[in-house]
Design a binder for this molecule. Structure first.
Ligand SMILES: [Zn+2]
Length: 58
């Protein structure tokens, strides 16, 4: 049907667990433009990765 990776087919149906090895993160997809897919990783509030990012840049 399409050349998109399977990942995006799943994400379009809703949040999908994964994206981080350190917390119960989940993934969501956004399609701002046709053919452009943005994947967001939503980290748990206690995620060490998220904390380190919040403390520094980004
Ligand atoms: Zn995380």
């Amino acid at each position: 049907m399409s050349a998109r990776p399977d990942l995006f087919d799943h994400l379009e149906e809703g949040p999908m667990p994964g994206g981080c090895n350190f917390c119960d993160a989940y993934l969501t997809a956004e399609v701002p433009f046709r053919g452009v897919y943005l994947v967001h990783v939503h980290h748990d509030d206690r995620c060490p990765v998220l904390r380190s990012r919040a403390a520094g840049s980004n």
